[in-house]
Design a binder for this molecule. Structure first.
Ligand code: HEM
Length: 236
């Protein structure tokens, strides 16, 4: 693996650092997005029904589906990322050239923090920002790839998230599996309205109280098929 003949040599140190980036950048962000999506779905039973119907309709031979053919699930994930961006505040940016923003002078060299959480809930950019409504993205061209500055769950510019596609694939595949194979309910007769949606404050805005849900098996998942589908390189 070691290559010393390149302009930027690949060293064991580089490899370890990249792997660390993947673990630090990719695990808590993705699991936080999945937890928030499940929380919003359990709070909105009609949305849960609609997304499960889409996934169950798309799943052929009971367990196979094309994650790209799940447009409503994509809307659910977008809406989750709008209301609960796992990274609520982007890493600091430095102002290259003095400018005016909303009447404030931003001097050259000033450090700026972009509040993605506040952008997502700003009523100037959308109606009912406190409502979970995946349908709002149905007819909108707003995407999460860093071009729409009112919706930046993966950041923007050259320091945006390099794991965007991978993160979306993990979140989509995991949610689709959870929703295809299981029905979900709250424990102890708890009502959807009682679910505590408080966020933690930190680099990652996770759900403060753990999400406890009771699964009921809907479609069994043969273990061997699961391994083949998820890890084709292992199945020979
Ligand atoms: C739903 C999942 C994810 C979300 C919401 C997310 C979000 C973000 C955000 C907002 C940033 C800062 C971007 C900026 O300041 O403009 C970032 C940076 C980063 N992300 Fe992700 N991320 C996710 C998944 C992943 C995955 C799966 C990986 C790796 C496999 C990853 C690796 C990184 C790295 C290495 C950085 C730092 C980039 C830099 O500083 O140049 N992320 N992520």
């Amino acid at each position: 693996m070691q290559r010393d003949d390149l302009e930027e040599p690949i060293t064991m140190e580089n490899v370890k650092t990249v792997l660390m980036d993947v673990f630090i950048g990719g695990t808590e962000t993705s699991s936080t997005a999945i937890t928030w999506a499940m929380s919003e779905l359990i709070k909105h039973p009609e949305t849960m029904k609609k997304v499960q119907a889409e996934i169950r309709h798309a799943a052929s031979e009971n367990t196979k589906f094309d994650a790209n053919a799940l447009p409503y699930l994509k809307l659910v994930i977008k809406e989750t990322l709008r209301m609960h961006p796992p990274v609520p505040i982007l890493g600091p940016r430095q102002c290259k050239k003095s400018c005016q923003i909303l009447g404030y002078t931003i001097p050259t060299g000033a450090r700026l923090l972009v509040n993605v959480w506040a952008l997502g809930r700003n009523p100037e950019y959308r109606s009912d920002p406190e409502e979970f409504k995946p349908e709002r993205f149905e007819t909108s061209s707003i995407d999460y790839k860093g071009q729409s500055f009112e919706f930046l769950p993966f950041g923007a510019g050259r320091r945006n998230c390099p794991g965007l596609e991978f993160g979306m694939a993990v979140v989509t595949e995991t949610l689709a599996r959870l929703l295809l194979h299981f029905d979900w309910k709250l424990p102890d007769g708890m009502k959807p309205a009682d679910l505590d949606m408080t966020e933690t404050f930190g680099l990652v805005a996770a759900k403060k109280e753990p999400l406890y849900l009771i699964p009921t098996l809907h479609i069994p998942l043969p273990e061997i098929l699961m391994l083949k589908e998820l890890c084709p390189m292992w199945s020979g």
